[in-house]
Design a protein around this ligand. Sequence first.
Ligand code: GLC
Length: 443
Amino acid sequence: MPRSEPTSASAKQLTAAATSSDDAAWFMHDRFGMFIHWGLYSLGARHEWLMSRERMSVADYERYVAVFDPDLFDARGWAQAAKTAGMRYVVLTTKHHDGFCLWDSALTDYTVMHTPFGRDVVAEFVDAVREAGLKVGFYHSLLDWHHPDFTVDGHHPLRDESSVVAFGEGRDMGRYRRHLHGQVRELLTRYGRVDYVFFDFSYGEGAVPPVWGGKDADDWGADALLAMVRELQPGILVNDRLGIPGDFVTPEQYQPDRPMEVEGQAVVWEVCQTLNGSWGYDRDNTGYKSPDLLVRMLVDGVSKNGNLLLNVGPNGRGAFDANATDSLAGLGEWMRLHARSIYGAGASTFTPPSDVRYTQRGDRLYAHLFAWPFETLHLPGLAGKVTYAQLLNDGSEIAMRVIAPDTAAQNLTQGGQPEGTLTLALPVARPNVAVPVIELFLR
Ligand code: GLC
């Protein structure tokens, strides 16, 4: 049974309840973004944490600097690929934990300008993304395994080295903090409007699993950093990994099973997901999610009021590989026909039957069928509430029936549906799309 009437007004209330400020309106509307992890680790081609996993020294890891020359890099191509897949915002790693900067930072030489490539990737990215009409996002690592002042901890590549390094002699987090804030200031003052920033990440007390020497809000100077970000870019959205609350929460590689709440309050949330379990290009990892699964993940999140930030890890030449291209093509083909069940849509007040996910936008309810039943689809609580039903992929009418409870068993052998159930008569053949959607026009 519905918990309340599904009117445009109630949809608005839903949005308001889940939004921390009006600034998040575009974000909750757009629902779908592209994450891009790209840097020196893309050449190693075996996960973006390879420096840590393999306990590489700075000198050893720096071998990638001399050969970073991505001849296929094309920011416009990236932006176009995101747009065609139906994504509305793009988030690039300005710097990952390895400390390598994709922009022309004045605060270090460890940047793309000091590679054979020598071009400001962030500048080209921002121009291309904006030109494509998409929102601009930066991912920025709080960690920095290259910086001499960043103290060694349980994640650091030098964690197994001598106790001198391990206990932080000669390293000064205060100096590192100034560097971190200075770099963020560069990023937020040089490239015009930035809509979104994803800081990554805090692992202080309470981290699971525990990390010795773990770092948290105080280590980052999080309050001051956040205040600076908001001052430089009013209206920007900031995630929740500074160790203090942000504008949205960020489950990672996990699909929440209901709208997310913090202390009983609905919150804006965005799940980030990979194509194959790795963020950075990972050549030998073939555990790819199918395009159908990716569509289901997008739908499932939106049905619970969440966004999907789906990652692509371009390779060492700056190109998306065939797996990524195929995944994006599959998503784009589905989004071409079904975007209106995603953009501006969110959780419905109606409860769907199993294998169905509802999204709702005002007076339109979208039933996403994760499994295709034989001919009949029973939708509890919707009798008398729907004026018209159609398949979204081709706009073909779907017949509706309301079965009186006492005649149900005779008319339809399955029978026994509760009062108030709306029954749809589906074609036997499942539409040839990743996830079929029925658009219901609510009274
Ligand atoms: C993690 C990882 C990282 C990745 C990020 C994406 O915190 O450290 O490699 O960039 O999640 O959310």
